[in-house]
Design a protein. Structure first.
Length: 208
């Protein structure tokens, strides 16, 4: 069986071009919550922890353990659910120090609570100082959403959000909440800002 590549198999979820409506199903994630500027050290640590856990699962067969239902796959991209704290909501500009986030990496369906505990133990052995207390294994269903691909700097995202809002008004849809999700298709450490690809997504309701 060939390796499962999310970029090829799940283009609708991860590689939209122009704004589109999508029903996002229930999926399993390793998640971690935090707050503050994404350019800070704690944010970087959270990202490293999530990737460490995800690769611990992915590499299990190399350690001589193949979980039931395991298949070869590419680790899913990092995602972030973004909000502002109360102070940040009062400002008429974006102050990144007031951001509140939940970072996550999707896991294949075969991942169980036992495998999550295995991943935690693996990361703990490699990095005893890693703060793993905040990590959760949870199922999340986003439901009806509008999404689009944003190409360029994260600071230019408002332009793409405008296109998404326009799409909503043309299709009898209303944004359901101020929060939004970002899916990081590009690795920001290796990609020039102008070429960064980020899926932007927010929940919507249908206007009757």
């Amino acid at each position: 069986m060939s390796k499962f590549e999310w970029r090829k198999e799940l283009k609708e979820l991860y590689l939209p071009k122009k704004p589109m409506t999508i029903e996002v199903p229930e999926m399993k994630f390793f998640t971690i919550e935090g707050s503050g500027n994404p350019n800070s050290a704690p944010f970087k640590e959270h990202v490293e922890i999530l990737y460490g856990l995800s690769y611990a699962i992915r590499m299990m067969p190399k350690k001589g353990m193949t979980p039931e239902g395991y298949f070869e796959y590419t680790v899913f991209p990092l995602e972030g659910h973004w909000d502002l704290d109360e102070e940040g909501r009062k400002l008429d500009y974006l102050n990144k120090d007031h951001l509140v986030y939940k970072l996550m990496i999707r896991q294949p369906d075969f991942v169980t609570e036992d495998l999550f505990q295995y991943a935690l133990n693996t990361v703990r052995q490699k990095n005893p100082s890693a703060n793993l207390d905040a990590v959760k294994f949870e199922s999340i269903t986003e439901g009806l959403c509008v999404q689009a691909m944003h190409v360029g700097s994260y600071d230019d995202e408002p332009k793409t959000f405008e296109l998404m809002e326009r799409y909503c008004s043309e299709n009898n849809l209303r944004r359901a909440e101020k929060t939004h999700r970002e899916i990081y298709i590009s690795d920001a450490r290796k990609t020039p800002q102008e070429k960064l690809k980020t899926v932007l997504r927010f929940k919507v309701t249908e206007d009757k």
